[in-house]
Design a protein around this ligand. Structure first.
Ligand SMILES: *Cc1c(COP(=O)(O)O)cnc(C)c1O
Length: 300
C-alpha cells in the first residue's frame, strides 16, 4: 500500500496567527485593565478555533502512518465531530464518527450530525455504557477502529496539545493573563506550555466534575514531559454543566454582543468571558494588566 501524501493544510488558507482585537469594556477599563479578544474563531470557516490547532498535527501524523481513515468520538452536537468530518472531506481522509447515544440511531439527524454526514462521515451510534469504555482496546476493535487513525474525544491528545502551544506562543508578550473555555483540556494544556510562564492561563471548565486538573497535567506530561507554564482552573462558570445555558448567561452574552458587536458562542466562549469579566469585577487583575480571551469558536 502506498502512503497517502501529506495533507496540504496550507492550501486551506488558515488565518494564522489569528487576529487579536482590543475591545473597550468598562468593566475592565475602569480597573485599568485592557481586554483583548484572540479571534481563533476566524482561523478557518469549517475548522474553527482550537479544532484547527488540535487537528492539524493529528492529520499529519495520520498521513505519516499511512492511515486513510480517521475515527473519532463525540456527542450529538460535537464541534469536534463536525471539524473532523470537514477536515476529512477537504483533505482526502475517510472519517468515522462514534456518536454517544444509541437512541439517536434511526432518527432524523440533527443539524450537526447532518453536517457530519454531508461531509462524508460514517456515523456509528453506541450506547452510553459502551461509549464510556471507548478507550479500551477490545471496545475500540469492536467499534471498527483497527486500521484507522484514532483521535480521542474532543481531539485532545499529546499532538493536539503541542498544536495548541502555537496559541500560547502567539500571545507571549501580548497578554499577561489568557482565559480559555475548557472541555477536554487540550487547548489549555498547549496554551499554557506555549506561554511558557510569560503569562498566566486561566481555564474555565464548561463541564462539571473537577476532573480537568488531572487531565491537563496528564496531557502536558504526554506532550511536553511534565507540567508546563503557569495555569489554573476556575470552576465557577460551567453554569450547571455541558450545554447548560442559563438566562443569566444568555443575558451576559447578548449584552456583550450589543456592546462590542461580537457574537459569543454560548457553550464555551460565553462562559469564559463571563469568568474573565467576573474576575475583573472582583479586582483579580492589577491595574496595567492585559487580559486576552480566546474566542475558541463562533456561533453556528
Ligand atoms: C472544543 C471546544 C472547546 C474545548 O476545547 P478543549 O481543548 O476540549 O478543552 C472550547 N471552545 C470551543 C468553541 C470548542 O469547540
Amino acid at each position: 500500500m502506498t502512503s497517502p501524501s501529506p495533507p496540504d493544510l496550507a492550501a486551506l488558507r488558515p488565518r494564522l496567527p489569528s487576529p487579536v482585537e482590543e475591545v473597550a469594556d468598562e468593566r475592565f477599563t475602569r480597573r485599568g485593565v485592557r481586554l483583548l479578544l484572540k479571534r481563533d474563531d476566524l482561523i478557518h470557516p469549517r475548522l474553527p478555533g482550537n479544532k484547527w490547532r488540535k487537528l492539524e498535527p493529528n492529520l499529519l501524523a495520520a498521513a505519516a502512518e499511512g492511515r486513510r481513515t480517521l475515527l473519532t468520538f463525540g456527542g450529538a452536537y460535537s464541534n469536534h465531530l463536525r471539524a473532523t468530518a470537514a477536515a476529512g472531506r477537504l483533505l482526502g481522509f475517510a472519517t468515522v464518527g462514534i456518536v454517544r447515544g444509541d437512541e439517536l440511531a434511526g432518527r432524523p439527524l440533527n443539524w450537526s450530525l447532518a453536517r457530519c454526514a454531508a461531509d462524508g462521515m460514517e456515523l456509528r451510534f453506541v450506547d452510553r455504557a459502551t461509549y464510556r469504555r471507548k478507550t479500551e482496546p477490545s471496545v475500540l476493535s469492536a467499534l471498527g477502529a483497527d486500521g484507522c487513525f484514532v483521535v480521542p474525544e474532543g481531539g485532545s491528545n499529546a499532538a493536539a496539545a503541542r498544536g495548541c502551544a502555537a496559541l500560547g506562543a502567539e500571545l507571549r508578550g501580548v497578554a499577561d493573563v489568557v482565559g480559555v473555555a475548557c472541555g477536554t483540556g487540550g487547548t489549555l494544556a498547549g496554551l499554557a506550555a506555549g506561554l511558557a510562564g510569560a503569562g498566566r492561563a486561566i481555564g474555565f471548565p464548561v463541564l462539571k466534575g473537577g476532573f480537568l486538573t488531572a487531565e491537563v497535567s496528564r496531557l502536558q506530561t504526554e506532550a511536553f514531559g511534565g507540567r508546563r507554564g503557569d495555569w489554573l482552573l476556575d470552576d465557577r462558570f460551567h453554569g450547571g454543566g455541558y450545554a447548560r445555558v442559563s438566562p443569566a448567561l444568555t443575558a451576559f452574552a447578548d449584552d456583550f454582543t450589543a456592546r462590542h458587536g461580537v457574537p459569543l458562542e454560548r457553550l464555551y466562549v460565553a462562559k469564559a468571558l463571563l469568568g474573565l469579566t467576573t474576575l475583573a469585577e472582583e479586582g483579580a487583575f492589577a491595574p496595567g494588566t492585559t487580559v486576552a480571551a480566546v474566542v475558541t469558536g463562533g456561533v453556528e
